[in-house]
Ligand binder design. Structure first.
Ligand code: NDP
Ligand code: GUE
Length: 297
């Protein structure tokens, strides 16, 4: 039987619809509009695409979007001053500093300067610690989006073997925490993992977040497994154009898997939908109001 295609694009549209409903009630009942500030340093073309898309979807959900574009040679102290200003601004409920930052800036320092309550990326050490100890936190958008897709497709994840390939702070590690929180038996694989194919073959759930186009092939997949492809890789399409592919070789994996997310149209749209959800959640918490249900981990 061919794999079910997990339609992240459609699921993300549903999440954004729920967020928009919540935002309109916040406005009508409390006169509050959630606001998201996005900071982009430098002119990386891919980052510019994401930032534009985030701004557009933020406004479509009825929220305020504040974009700050800074020169690539911006001084660290000036970026920190902007973060301080956004922390103090009551109209801003969420702050996202687009990564990667230029090499002369200490990313950890900047991320940890964000007010944890406004850290809608969930990258601040306080939020990382809260997530790791099972306390209420801001949950990183990409792993949260993956979790939502997995729960929707599988129902309970309890007792399943999950393998996360990749151990970055922004995807792999928080993904592993969330899967553990849902009682999976979790393995985190990385570039030093021995016999990666054999490790992945044990998994009921495979989450690939590596940044290597098509690395995971169908012969690594246990028949019927659920494959979540986080990778976003731009590759040469031959005709002078480029196209996006994931970290999984789609055709060979789809022939064996029970279900798989496509690239594009899988995890990517969920990341932005979860960013909007986190901003709404942060706004509710800041105002002592009940949080939207089903939009957090
Ligand atoms: N869909 C979305 O919304 C998002 C997509 N992405 C995409 O996800 C992918 C991963 O992103 P990110 O986590 O930031 O990447 P990083 O480069 O930070 O991390 C990559 C991870 O993959 C591991 N790795 C690299 N090569 C291998 C290998 N040959 N075998 C096993 N593991 C390997 C690395 O291991 P080690 O630690 O040992 O070096 C590292 O842990 C990228 O394609 C990125 O574009 C990222 C964010 C959001
Ligand atoms: N502080 C920070 N937080 C992030 O969450 C963050 C970041 N920095 N830096 C870059 C990565 C990457 N990322 C994506 C978001 C959406 C899509 C997305 O919507 N992708 C579409 C396709 C978009 C296209 O066509 O280019 C899809 O997969 O269907 C992809 C990637 C967030 N990131």
């Amino acid at each position: 039987m061919p794999a079910t295609i997990i339609d992240g694009k459609a699921f993300a549209a549903r999440v954004r619809g729920e967020v928009a409903g919540h935002v309109s009630r916040l406005k009508a009942d409390h006169g509050i509009t959630p606001g998201l500030a996005v900071v982009l340093v430098g002119e990386d073309p891919a980052s510019q695409v994401y930032v534009r898309s985030k701004g557009k979807q933020t406004v479509e959900a009825g929220m305020n979007s504040y974009e700050h574009r800074l020169e690539a040679d911006t001084r660290q102290e000036d970026l920190l001053a902007l973060v301080g200003q956004l922390n103090a601004d009551p109209a801003v409920h969420g702050i996202l500093v687009q990564l990667p930052l230029p090499a002369h800036i200490d990313s950890d320092l900047v991320i940890n300067a964000i007010d944890p309550a406004k850290d809608v990326d969930g990258f601040h050490v306080s939020n990382v610690g809260l997530l790791g100890t099972g306390q209420k936190s801001m949950v990183p958008c990409t792993p949260l989006g993956c979790l939502m897709l997995l729960r929707d497709h599988l129902g309970s994840l309890s007792g399943l073997d999950a393998v996360v390939v990749g151990r970055s702070n922004i995807v792999g590690k928080p993904m592993a925490q969330l899967l553990l929180g849902d009682s999976c038996t979790v393995t985190i694989a990385h570039s030093r993992t021995r016999d990666l194919a054999a490790v992945v073959r044990r998994a009921d759930i495979v989450v690939a977040a590596v940044g290597r186009p098509g690395m995971v092939t169908g012969d690594w997949i246990k028949p019927g497994a659920t494959v979540i492809d986080v990778g976003i890789n731009r590759v040469d399409a031959g005709d002078g154009k480029t196209r996006l592919v994931g970290d999984c070789d789609y055709d060979s994996c789809a022939a064996v898997a029970g279900a798989i997310t496509p690239v594009p149209g899988g995890v990517g749209p969920m990341t932005i939908a979860c960013l909007l959800a986190n901003t709404t959640t942060a706004c509710c918490r800041a105002n002592g109001l009940p949080e939207p249900e089903g939009l957090t981990a």
